[in-house]
Design a protein around this ligand. Structure first.
Ligand SMILES: *[C@@H]1O[C@H](CO)[C@@H](O)[C@H](O)[C@H]1NC(C)=O
Ligand SMILES: *[C@@H]1O[C@H](CO)[C@@H](O)[C@H](O)[C@H]1NC(C)=O
Ligand SMILES: *[C@@H]1O[C@H](CO)[C@@H](O)[C@H](O)[C@H]1NC(C)=O
Length: 244
């Protein structure tokens, strides 16, 4: 009897952890050789996840449950520290709250994004990696369900970053710590797909967006890059791996 109860309990814990009506689990993993501070931002319609900012030392990972219909983004901050007055800040991906928690604030570009819309059209999860806000770290999304594809921007885009897009930091010894998107760097409608370019038929890849696309063919390189950058899956939990 006790063992039947345990089996049932194990079954319900399994259901809880593996989606169904109770949502899914994101596992955020740090494969970088340095400490990162991942952050999560829910879209307006979705509740915040249990953690909106946390530390991961090299090799560490953290499990984050998400409700069935969650949508939002996950990125990682680098070169973070706390100053003498107790204010926390990061040279890359900072969310400006002064604490490790982002609490509803997004990250300053450039930052590579892992984006999700769970249980969207036809009950599918939609996910992508995006460089529309620029690049700061390689990132991969790995679904654990059979038949679903991983997507990633697995290379260090900083290395091939065009001169006008390089984000350097004096505090990091002048190192390139990110690669800005042309939209962020130049604020032109052609790059941002805004103004008269706010139309997928008019806003096309540019010589700048193609630098990102060549480096990371699966990632969004400009706002209307959906055809090659959006992935779908049903019934998975997801690993979000930085420096995969
Ligand atoms: C950050 O969020 C965690 C989890 O919600 C909470 O336990 C912690 O107290 C928060 N820390 C700060 C500094 O707000
Ligand atoms: C996964 O990728 C393969 C090869 O590109 C494709 O044929 C297949 O339809 C993809 N699967 C899903 C679920 O998108
Ligand atoms: C893109 O084209 C513009 C205009 O011709 C040029 O100034 C810029 O250097 C080019 N950038 C890259 C990355 O090729």
């Amino acid at each position: 009897m006790a063992s039947t109860t345990r089996t049932l309990l194990a079954f319900f814990v399994f259901l809880l952890l593996h989606g169904g009506i109770h949502g899914i689990t994101f596992t955020v993993k740090n494969n970088c050789g340095f400490t990162i501070w991942p952050a999560t931002l829910s879209s307006a319609a979705a509740p915040p996840l249990q953690e909106t900012g946390f530390i991961l030392i090299p090799g560490a990972s953290a499990a984050l449950p998400a409700p069935a219909k969650w949508s939002g983004r996950i990125w990682a901050r680098t070169h973070c520290s706390t100053d003498s007055s107790g204010r926390f800040s990061c040279l890359s991906g900072d969310c400006g709250t002064g604490t490790v928690n982002c609490s509803g604030s997004g990250g300053a570009p450039p930052a590579s994004l892992a984006e999700f819309t769970l249980d969207g059209a036809d009950g599918k999860d939609f996910y992508d990696t995006s460089l529309v806000d620029g690049f700061n770290l390689p990132v991969a999304i790995l679904p654990d369900a059979a038949g679903c594809n991983a997507t990633s921007c697995a290379v260090d885009v900083d290395r091939g970053c065009p001169p006008g897009l390089r984000e350097t930091s004096a505090a990091a010894g002048g190192a390139v710590i990110g690669c800005m998107s042309p939209c962020v760097a130049f604020r032109e409608d052609e790059y941002c797909c805004s103004g008269r370019y706010n139309d997928p038929k008019i806003c096309k890849p540019t010589n700048y967006s193609m630098v990102f696309k060549r480096a990371c063919p699966q990632a969004y390189s400009y706002p209307y890059d959906d055809a090659t950058s959006t992935f779908t899956c049903v019934g998975a939990n997801y690993v979000i791996s930085f420096c995969p």
